[in-house]
Design a protein around this ligand. Structure first.
Ligand code: FDA
Length: 281
């Protein structure tokens, strides 16, 4: 069941998946699974894995970003320590011409993650940050980031957040996603160089995005769609065949538990499928 959402335990398994995706015209963002790291050695080991991953992507000329979580690189230990680890990765990625993507974790991490992002952008690195449509604050965050010509991955949000910070109703999250998508395609955002990555499997979000870009005549290379490995594979291929940039988020590694549980929680059918398999033995 984990294999449905995780490319494998090892880097070589992830690279094999990415080779196949690239052959199909799909781009990738490779994530070495990990989060909530509280030991410096573990965070440094995590950084070293990303450095090896960058080398492999460059060696093979794969069309792939790397995607990482600040808490895997020591954000819970010390902000500066985390920044140094991220800076080392971003500098190496820059040498190879590979882009770094920063995942957004639960709401207490938003401010420090945006501070990390800001520093990396100001240091001249081509970095993307994920922002979550379920948070009330995200519209302001997009506006504040605009002068940095940011690449932004818009997602609905995957953590269990309190109503004090996030829309509790799915309909409100969806409506906000569409509003924020339109903000990222607004003339103001485009003038400032915002590059939107629309990351959703929801056909309503995809259709609204297609309507928006068609209405405004936005070229297909001015934005991208993103989806997760193992989810709506057919739709990923269709969008790529229609000429859109389609990037697939490919996680690998042995620390798959929290990632896997978030994917299960997103869709009750996944839990039922898992339970049936357990019962069947
Ligand atoms: P929604 O949950 O409404 O699902 C719409 C439809 O998509 C479902 O009806 C189903 O058909 C299909 N679907 C969705 N999830 C599925 C699943 N797990 N299994 C099977 N089918 C499924 N979140 C975050 O907080 N921080 C981050 O950095 C990221 N990063 C990220 C990168 C990428 C590339 C993607 C696509 C998503 C994320 N997310 C994320 C996760 C995101 O916040 C959200 O939880 C999921 O994408 C599910 O929301 P959807 O927009 O897909 O819609």
């Amino acid at each position: 069941m984990t294999r449905r959402f995780v490319a494998g335990d090892t880097m070589s398994e992830a690279l094999e998946v990415v080779r196949t995706l690239n052959r199909q015209g799909l781009w990738a963002a490779i994530d070495f699974l990990g989060e909530s790291v509280f030991e410096r050695e573990t965070a440094q080991a995590h950084m070293n894995e990303y450095l090896r991953l960058l080398e492999a992507i460059a060696r093979e000329g794969l069309q792939a970003d790397i995607s990482l979580k600040p808490t895997a690189l020591g954000l819970d230990i010390d902000f500066e320590f985390c920044y140094e680890n991220l800076h080392t990765i971003a500098a190496r990625a820059h040498q190879y011409g590979i882009r770094v993507e920063i995942d957004m974790e639960s709401h207490p991490y938003v401010d420090p993650t945006l501070a990390l992002y800001r520093r990396l952008r100001e240091a001249g690195f081509d970095v993307l940050v994920a922002l979550q449509a379920y948070l009330y604050r995200t519209e302001q965050d997009i506006r504040d980031l605009m002068p940095l010509a940011p690449r932004i991955r818009l997602v609905k949000g995957a953590y269990d957040e309190p109503p004090s910070v996030a829309f509790p109703a799915k309909a409100d999250v969806d409506a906000n996603f569409v509003r924020l998508m339109r903000l990222m395609f607004s003339p103001e955002a485009r003038e400032q160089g915002v590059y939107p990555a629309i990351a959703s499997h929801d056909e309503k979000m995809i259709a609204a995005t297609l309507d928006e870009v068609r209405a405004q005549g936005i070229p297909a290379d001015a934005f991208e769609f993103q989806m997760i490995y193992g989810i709506r594979t057919k739709r990923q291929l269709e969008l790529a065949e229609q000429g859109y940039r389609m990037r697939v988020y490919v996680p690998y590694g042995t620390h798959w538990y929290p990632y896997f549980m978030r994917r299960l929680a997103e869709r009750p059918a996944n839990v039922i499928f898992l339970l049936k398999n357990i019962v069947r033995g």
